[in-house]
Design a protein around this ligand. Sequence first.
Ligand SMILES: Nc1ncnc2c1ncn2[C@@H]1O[C@H](COP(=O)(O)OP(=O)(O)OP(=O)(O)O)[C@@H](O)[C@H]1O
Length: 272
Amino acid sequence: MTPANQLPANQPPAIEVSDVVVRYGEVVALDGVSLSVASGRVTGLVGMNGSGKSTLFKAIMGTVRPDTGTVLIDGTAPVAARKQGLVGYVPQSEDVDWAFPVSVRDVVMMGRYGRQGLTRRARHVDHAAVAEALERVELTGYADRQIGQLSGGQRKRAFVARGIAQDARILLLDEPFAGVDKRSEATIVRLLRELADDGRTVLVSTHDLHALPRLADEAVLLLHRVLFHGGVAEALRPDNLAHAFGLDVLDRDLDRGSDRDRDRDFDREGSA
Ligand SMILES: Nc1ncnc2c1ncn2[C@@H]1O[C@H](COP(=O)(O)OP(=O)(O)OP(=O)(O)O)[C@@H](O)[C@H]1O
């Protein structure tokens, strides 16, 4: 296995993010992010709420344009890569209208749209790809249900199936384990591993640090910039996590607080 961060010399990174800055008005969501993600691996993207994970995904998909810096997908600009169907995306649950009147099969078929031209007429090969993807995520029996009638884990699996049907080289998953039961989590972890072993690139944002060792070959700690990129065990070291989740700030504030307490006690003693 190639160590994290070291790509084989002849293989361009599947995702190359170079010095990317994204601002929303006054808010700097990404502040000079550089990252190379290799194919054939599962990479965990870990960071606290608001650290910029979704924005990084959007920059990779070309739905958010960086203020400065560049993103390349297999050497191609993100918008072109998306149009070519290179990138599949499993969104956060909040970003989906679950009342939308589409079946699970329809959602998975969306992964085939790029191949169907403007007519969007599904051919035998499209139906076969959808059936196979549904089987891989263990949702064959749910194909005709309205998407909102699935459990949280089943919904995620339906979107993973969309990426499989799309035959995406690169799969981005935004918090796939949020609100997901153990069985769906295990199914998703197994699928992602299979996809990576198949040579695909899998980038998964997660808060679920417990799932990380089973899930990922390497981890990225993000706090508006990349704080760490390397092996999972090292990423999970308390000092690295403290840095990524801002606990060092907390500790410093507590220290300051106890300094203040000491000063106050001293003042009190002095004035007594
Ligand atoms: N459309 C927007 N307009 C203004 N600010 C935004 C917008 N989208 C994100 N932000 C801000 O940019 C920062 C990064 O947000 P982002 O959603 O990328 O973080 P995240 O790590 O995905 O968070 P979470 O784990 O909560 O999903 C946050 O401060 C957020 O409030």
